[in-house]
Design a protein around this ligand. Structure first.
Ligand code: SAH
Length: 212
């Protein structure tokens, strides 16, 4: 049975990503290049290229590869985009984005996870990622506005400060809903202060903590 898991990133993308509704070549190329196994704790390495979320400690998870691909594609990242990411976690989603866009500002509330992901991302030679340990509900004001915002933990509401820090014609993606209940991935577009929301996909994420 273990033989059936993909053994590298290229196999993972060929068998689980590019044969589904993922067609953005930049996302496909980035996910083929990035060694997902480096972001997965050693004891789970056998499953590093399987299409599932895995524990990374502190009750948190690295997201399922398909969900990373789906969210990245839906965000429509451009080469010149400055992206704010809330919930660094393992740093894998950060790496996928940083391969495509100009810069990624990533905020994680658990310091040990941020330190771990920073070490991995720096060892992979990413130089366009900026790190902050804080509650991401407040965004990262000093560097706002952002062209794109991605939240990788589920919230009951859409944090108002994130909406404020989204640029005109900016887009944000966030899982909205209660823990263990149905959550929906929501795509938000801002145009001349007008906000539109679109439901994309039912998902299950760990909660976006309110207090830290
Ligand atoms: N994209 C990440 C997902 C990690 S899980 C990956 O694939 O690895 C979500 C992460 O969000 C966890 O690391 C959790 O600690 C973090 N998180 C939860 N609430 C947060 C908040 N309010 N601010 C910043 N990070 C938060």
């Amino acid at each position: 049975m273990f033989d059936s898991y993909p053994k590298n990133a290229e196999e993972m993308v060929d068998t689980q990503i590019s044969n589904r509704d993922i067609f953005d070549q930049r996302v496909i190329e980035a996910m083929k290049e990035i060694p997902r196994d480096r972001f997965v704790p050693e004891k789970h390495r056998l499953l590093a290229f399987a299409d599932q979320a895995l524990p990374i400690g502190k009750n948190q998870t690295i997201s399922q590869p398909y969900v990373v691909a789906f969210m990245t594609q839906a965000l429509k990242p451009e080469p010149h985009s400055r992206v704010l990411e809330i919930g660094t976690g393992s740093g894998y989603q950060t790496a996928v984005l940083a391969s495509i866009v100009k810069s990624v500002y990533t905020v994680e509330v658990i310091k040990s996870l941020l330190d771990r992901s920073r070490t991995i991302l720096e060892s992979l030679n990413f130089k366009n990622i900026f790190y902050k340990c804080a509650n991401g509900r407040s965004g990262w004001k000093e560097f706002a506005p952002f062209d794109r915002i991605i939240v990788t933990a589920a919230s009951n509401d859409i944090p108002p400060e994130l909406l404020e820090q989204l640029s005109d014609r900016g887009q944000m993606i966030i899982p909205v809903g209660r823990q263990h209940w149905s959550q929906e991935l929501i795509l938000i577009k801002k145009k001349k202060r007008k906000i539109t929301k679109e439901k994309l996909l039912p998902v299950r994420f760990v909660p976006l903590v309110k207090k830290s």
